[in-house]
Each structure stands twice: as C-alpha cells, then as structure tokens.
Design a protein around this ligand. Structure first.
Ligand code: C2E
Ligand code: MG
Ligand code: MG
Ligand code: MG
Length: 290
C-alpha cells in the first residue's frame, strides 16, 4: 500500500501482522521516543453533574503531538500500541501525568480524573504494583481516580478481568464500564463485577434526540444501572436536547462536545472557573426573573 510509505495512516486501521516487520519496528521506536521526547499530551474532557450543574470530574484522553503529523488522536496509535503491548507504557505515562494534573487542579475543584485502561493492562501482572508506586510517588489517593474499562476488554477474559477489578477496587479506585451497550456482556455477569459506574456508549447518545429507539436504549441502560446501584454517565452529548432528556431520565453525569471538547489539561483550571462563573450568572438571572 502506498499509504504505508506516505503518512503511515495504516497504523490505526491495520493489524501489525499486515505491515512489514521493519515498518512495525520503526513505528514502535517512534512511539517509544514519543515518550522520552515528551510528545505525549494529556487532554481532559469535563463530566457535568446533572443535578448540581457542577463539573467535579473529567476524563483523561491521550494525544500525541507528532513533530511532523501534528496532534494525533488515540485512534491513530492506541490500536497499534495495544497490539504490541506498548500500551502498558502509555498507561504508566498517562497515570503519572494524571497524578500531576490532579495535584494541580484539585484546588480548583477537580475531585476525580478518569483514566482509560486497555485489555493489555487488565492482564498485566505488574499493573497493580505500578499504579501503587505512582500513587506513593505523587502522594495522591487512589480515590482521586476512576478507571474506565470497556465492556469488550472485560469480556476478552472475564475471569481475569474480574480478579484485577477486585484488586483495583480494594485499593480504592472507582471503576467504570466504558462504552456500555456495545460489548455483549451478559447482564448476569455484570452483577459480579465490583464496578461503580456505567458509561453509556456514545453511539446511542449521539442520536437519542432524533431516534426514539436510541432514546429507549439509553433509558433502559440508565434504569439497569440504577437498579444495580450504579451511577450512569452518558458520553457523546452534542446538543441541549440530549442533555435535557438525560436529566429527565435521572442520568447522573453527561460528557460531550455540547459541554466541552477535550482540552489540554493546562487549560482546564481556566475552563472550570469560566464555567462556574457562567453558572452563577445563570442562577442569578433566573432568581431575578422569579
Ligand atoms: P472513550 O474512552 O470512549 O472516550 C470518549 C471519546 O469520545 C473521546 O475520543 C472523546 O473525544 C469522544 N467524545 C466525547 N464527547 C463527544 C461528543 O460529544 N461527540 C463525539 N463525536 N465524540 C465525543 P478520543 O479522545 O478520540 O478517544 C477515543 C478512544 O481512545 C477512547 O474512547 C479510549 O477508548 C481511547 N483512549 C483515549 N485515551 C486513552 C488512554 O490514555 N489509554 C487508553 N488505553 N485508551 C485511550
Ligand atoms: Mg473512556
Ligand atoms: Mg467511552
Ligand atoms: Mg469509546
């Protein structure tokens, strides 16, 4: 493929086996040096609490500031990193950066940061030790973090995933099942997992304002979560209609472009301050009208 030699766009979409070993090796070394040359960036996207209108939590989303190709989203390198196992190194970087970010932003109201774990992390025997070492090094409590694991990553090896989740829960992490509704997990299995939160997959949320069946699926997931005693977050909230629908359904939190796009974490403190000020103005003018 010509694309191989050009922008290396294949890396997101084709399995490692289909590219020559030489290309894979050079890509891996490029990804390695991304870490050592500080080309990785941690972005944050706020999660809005629908009852209070406050933003106290955010999801950490990885970006690669590539010297030639610009700012790359995870789809361009996470799948490759997962296939090669290098994603474990990325997880370590993300977690350390999230510790620094929480230490800076907790004074501005950020109570918790969510981190995405991959299938590879769940079966990594060193995961627990490395996370604990980071917590100790930065002197940050585990309760400052929520770990998001996709439903399909759990279903890859449910028994092993469950054992890891139990350990992580005992350490004090909050646990969330990401992209819920797309991974074919049996509902019976769900009740055996020590999780606190379900994240409704954005494929349902994106269209819920226009598509009645998507709205019904979202409502069913919200009810299921509540019946199991879990909190619900909806991702992919792109408009005010979906936000209002979710609030009516009793969904606890919303995340999406309608609230804010992911931003460099250094910009997050300013964003929270502006958001809080805006909320205060809206409340004051609502009182005036009353
Ligand atoms: P995810 O964990 O489900 O993250 C949510 C994705 O939805 C993010 O894409 C976010 O930018 C996007 N999103 C949020 N609100 C909206 C919206 O209103 N509309 C639309 N169309 N999209 C929205 P992003 O940042 O490109 O990340 C994609 C996926 O890459 C993540 O999905 C996650 O699975 C993975 N990922 C991101 N960062 C990391 C990481 O540090 N480690 C690992 N293992 N995976 C990561
Ligand atoms: Mg996530
Ligand atoms: Mg998700
Ligand atoms: Mg997703």
């Amino acid at each position: 493929r010509a694309a191989k030699r050009q922008g290396r766009e294949w890396l997101a979409y084709e399995p490692v086996q289909s590219v020559s070993t030489a290309v894979a090796v050079s890509l891996l070394s490029e990804l390695r040096s991304a870490v050592t040359r500080s080309e990785l960036r941690l972005f944050l996207q706020p999660k809005l609490s629908l009852d209070s209108g406050q933003v106290c939590t955010a999801e950490a989303l990885l970006r690669w500031q590539h010297p030639e190709r610009g700012l790359l989203p995870p789809a361009h390198f996470i799948p490759f990193a997962e296939q090669t196992g290098f994603v474990r190194r990325l997880t370590q970087w993300v977690f350390d950066e999230a510790c620094r970010c929480w230490l800076t932003l907790s004074a501005q109201g950020l109570r918790m940061v969510s981190i995405n774990l991959s299938t590879r992390d769940l079966v990594d025997v060193h995961l627990i030790g490395r996370l604990q070492a980071s917590l100790d090094r930065h002197r940050v409590p585990a309760g400052a973090f929520c770990l998001e694991i996709t439903e399909s990553a759990i279903m890859d090896d449910p028994q092993r995933a469950r054992a890891t989740l139990v350990r992580l829960g005992e350490m004090g992490f909050r646990l969330s099942i990401d992209d819920f509704g797309t991974g074919y997990s049996s509902l019976a299995y769900l009740k055996h997992l020590p999780v606190h939160q379900l994240k409704v997959d954005k494929s349902f949320v994106l269209k819920m304002a226009d598509d009645e069946s998507d709205a019904k699926i979202v409502r069913a997931i919200v009810d299921l979560a509540h019946n199991l005693g879990l909190e619900v977050v909806a991702e992919g909230v792109e408009g005010p209609e979906a936000l209002a629908q979710l609030a009516r359904m009793g969904c606890e939190k919303a995340q999406g472009f309608h609230i804010a796009r992911p931003m460099a974490w250094e910009a997050f403190g300013g964003w929270i301050a502006a958001w809080t000020a805006e909320q205060a103005v809206a409340r004051a003018s609502a009182l005036d009208r009353a």
